[in-house]
Design a protein around this ligand. Structure first.
Ligand code: BG6
Length: 469
């Protein structure tokens, strides 16, 4: 099996997780700069002040990516480097940094794939209501335009937002991300709508510039499957997919909200405050969407519950993606199953779920263009005689690339695969302990970089276009 020559083999990172340099060269403070300093919010108090210092070592990192044969690098721009206060005055040094990063990629023949928002919001906007305030939408559109104008001559792939469900659900339901609000579904749905509206407006602005590139957004892809054939658990599957997939994918791809969810929200009193102009803009933008990015780690196994179900406490540990939590409306819960495989952090390993989920997606949305913008294994990598032997990661990525190929053979239109992550980085809630990269960073030794076993393996996969998978 070989991937076509136009298929992009890449790897990804996000600004807060790699850059460090939190106050260097005029960068403004962000929600995450503040949130990680609140005791108990992150694993062992870790934060991204220094991260892996990609800001100062990007040349070395890009050279390693080039050595690996990486065809594309997905990274995010830190809004607060470009507009330290969120709006208004532009920080030229921030523009200069991303110009250097982009040019370094291009020098090595690496296609830059740029995410505009991977969760780090300038602090003044956070304080002014974050994604609940429609002014944040205006500010985002202003920021996006600055980026299109500054970088769009060389960047031909833009992602507007990364994983809306994560930063809104953790921000307003579990409180594990800023602004740290718990159990407020009304705010959660409002924030999601405001993000979809911001995405739509950014798309319209991008298309006006005629830059002949492509633009889309990346969502979590976590298809729900019932734990058995019972009618009630089949219902749980439908309900979970409506809320976790359709609510997020329909407005982007179809330009409208799923009727089922809107109806449920009406009953619960959680329908976002939206205007006709906003709904029209979302509808107008849907056909302008060039692709959808999917971040796939694991599926969900779901089971119907009733009001007697006892929820776990809302802690950071219970918000890190392992199964067991009820849905916000108490209709179903996610389940850890005896016959499935799991990572050390209890994330299910399921390339089969990936293939089935992609089939479901094609049935619902047709042959939309897809990139797998994240997929990878979080692990504590074994070090044997100084070598990083991340064989479980090799197996994980191997099996998921085989799944991607199977989906392509089934007619799913996938144009690229980005492993998460290019280099070891800061996990928002799990610190540096949970590693994902092809490149190891030695925190005991001045952040020295080292190639892992997976580095050499992925290099061979790319060179042979996956022929030996
Ligand atoms: C995705 C995010 O949700 O999952 C990444 O886009 C994140 O930023 C990745 O690092 C893995 O999550 P975690 O919690 O294992 O670090």
């Amino acid at each position: 099996m070989k991937f076509s020559n136009e298929f992009l083999f890449g790897a990804a990172t996000a600004a807060y997780q790699v850059e460090g340099a939190w106050d260097q060269d005029g960068k403004g403070i962000t929600n995450w700069d503040e949130f990680t300093k609140i005791p108990g919010k992150t694993f062992e108090g870790t934060n991204g002040d220094v991260a892996v210092d990609h800001y100062n070592r990007y040349k070395e990192d890009i050279a390693l990516m080039a050595e690996m044969g990486l065809e594309s690098y997905r990274f995010s721009i830190s809004w607060a480097r470009i507009l330290p206060n969120g709006t208004g005055k532009i920080n030229q040094k921030g523009i200069d940094f991303y110009n250097k990063l982009i040019n370094e990629c291009l020098k090595h023949g690496i296609v830059p794939f740029v995410t505009l928002y991977h969760w780090d919001l300038p602090l003044p906007l956070e304080k002014d209501g974050s994604w609940l305030n429609k002014k944040t939408v205006d500010a985002y559109v202003e920021y996006a335009k600055v980026c299109f104008e500054a970088f769009g001559d060389r960047v031909k792939h833009f992602i507007t937002f990364n994983e809306t469900v994560v930063f809104t659900a953790l921000g307003y339901l579990t409180g594990a991300h800023p602004p740290g609000i718990t159990n407020d579904p009304k705010k959660y749905f409002q924030a999601t709508h405001n993000v979809f509206y911001a995405h739509a407006r950014a798309l319209i602005e991008y298309k006006k510039l005629n830059q002949y590139g492509e633009i889309g957004l990346s969502h979590v892809f976590s298809p729900a499957f019932s734990i058995d054939d019972s009618e009630e658990n089949q219902f749980a599957q439908l309900h979970a997919n409506q809320f976790n997939t359709n609510w997020f994918y329909d407005p982007i791809l179809l330009g409208r909200y799923p009727e089922y969810v809107v109806h449920e929200l009406e009953k619960l009193g959680y329908v976002p405050e939206w205007t006709q102009e906003e709904l029209d803009t979302i509808a107008q933008a849907a056909p302008l969407n060039d692709f959808m990015g999917l971040n796939y780690y694991q599926p969900q196994r779901v089971e119907k519950i009733d009001s007697s179900f006892q929820s776990k406490e809302l802690t950071r540990e219970n918000s890190t993606g392992s199964p067991g939590n009820p849905s916000f409306d108490g209709v179903y819960r996610t389940v850890k199953m005896d016959d499935k495989r799991y990572t050390k952090w209890d994330w299910e390993i399921s390339p089969e779920g990936f293939v089935s989920g992609l089939k479901m997606l094609k049935e619902q949305y047709g042959q939309i263009k897809l990139y797998i913008t994240e997929n990878g294994l979080g692990d504590e990598d074994p070090i044997i005689e100084g070598e990083i032997c991340d064989i479980p990661r090799i197996n994980f990525i191997n099996d998921h690339l085989v799944a991607v190929k199977a989906a392509i053979d089934n007619g799913v239109n996938i144009k690229g695969y980005y492993a998460w992550s290019a280099i070891d980085l800061l996990s928002w809630l799990n610190g540096y302990k949970k590693q994902y990269g092809f490149i190891y960073v030695d925190h005991q030794n001045g952040l020295e970089r080292k190639k892992k076993a997976s580095f050499h393996w992925f290099k061979d996969v790319i060179a042979t276009r996956g022929e030996n998978l």
